[in-house]
Design a protein around this ligand. Structure first.
Ligand code: UDP
Length: 304
């Protein structure tokens, strides 16, 4: 099997690549990559998803290229919007010429400030089209729309996933790239203040990366999923303040919690309704939050 994976050097991509067997080409501009850990047999091409050109044919084209950290994408809104619009178009064209299976990693962000929690796939979302997060959430929404157009017009075998706050080893903790789990772990291990934006009552539902891999492989290899979209996440909602306390406990840290002003347009609640994935993919998360955090903490302990 031949795979072309955009964003394959990043957090999600590198884990997926490790779990696949076959001929793998990764296209990644390395713009957000800190822990570059790819198996030696993988062909890595430094390019962007919008500009990469090829005449090769592939069995699978997978588009994971994105800047998923809100603080980071808000600093690079144009690049963020382009990789999920022009980039998706370019990736779809490559898939169409190969008649490949096209898998897109969209985002739970497309639901915006969801009014139904846990959120099912058929909820349309509540998104600010001109807000500071729109470079990310609206471009992800446009990608989904374009992908479904390729399905409807050309019959391309497309599959869309919406991951919800996936975490684990290699998730960046530093600067504006840091996501909440890895940043809190870093702060706790270093004895620094744990920085909570707002009052910490906002919620997320976290998914350990091995569960994401399992769902993604089922999405790639199950027959009959053409044009389907799946939430890939957890339905267990956790308050950010409780996440902070859990990480302090699991790391035996002396860190104190520091409350900072809330982030602009921060969704107040988020959790996945995974009824569809359970029924059609036979998938549900196996690693609970405490276990996933322990594994992630162990990984960070020897690297920071
Ligand atoms: N968050 C926080 N402190 C941080 C980083 C994040 O309180 O140092 C909060 C953030 O406000 C959000 C949640 O944690 O409510 C998840 O943030 P993340 O950046 O991981 O991604 P998001 O789910 O917002 O895309």
């Amino acid at each position: 099997m031949k795979y072309l994976i955009f964003g394959g050097a990043g957090f999600l991509g590198s884990h997926l690549v490790e779990s696949l067997e076959g001929d793998i080409t990764v296209v990644d501009d390395l713009s957000t990559v800190k822990y570059l850990e790819l198996p030696p047999n993988v062909k890595l091409i430094k390019d962007r998803v919008e500009t990469f050109k090829t005449n090769e044919k592939f069995d699978f084209v997978i588009h994971l290229a994105a800047r998923p950290s809100p603080e980071d994408y808000m600093q690079h809104p144009v690049e963020t919007a382009l990789s999920n619009s022009l980039g998706t178009y370019n990736a779809l064209e490559i898939a169409r010429k190969s008649d490949a299976i096209f898998l897109y990693s969209s985002s739970s962000e497309i639901y915006g400030h969801a009014e139904i929690i846990p959120t099912p796939e058929d909820y349309w979302g509540k998104v600010n089209p001109i807000g500071v997060r729109s470079c990310y959430d609206e471009s992800k929404r446009f990608s989904e729309s374009l992908i479904m157009s390729y399905f409807r017009e050309y019959g391309l075998d497309v599959r869309i996933q919406r991951p919800f706050n996936v975490y684990g080893p290699r998730l960046r903790e530093d600067g504006s790239y840091g996501r909440v789990v890895s940043r809190f772990i870093y702060q706790a291990l270093k004895g620094e203040d744990i920085t909570i934006f707002g009052d910490g009552n906002q919620t997320r539902a976290f998914l350990y990366v091995s569960d994401w891999i399992e769902a993604t492989k089922k999405m790639l290899f199950t027959q009959g999923l053409k044009g389907e979209v799946f939430n890939v996440g957890s339905d267990k909602e956790v308050k950010i303040i409780d996440l902070a306390k859990m990480i302090i406990r699991l790391t035996n840290s002396n860190s104190k919690i520091k409350f900072l002003p809330p982030r602009a347009d921060d969704p107040p609640r988020r959790a996945a309704d995974i009824t569809k994935a359970k029924k059609i993919l036979g998938w549900e998360p196996k690693v609970d939050l405490e276990e996933g955090l322990k594994r992630t903490i162990e990984w960070f302990k020897v690297r920071i």
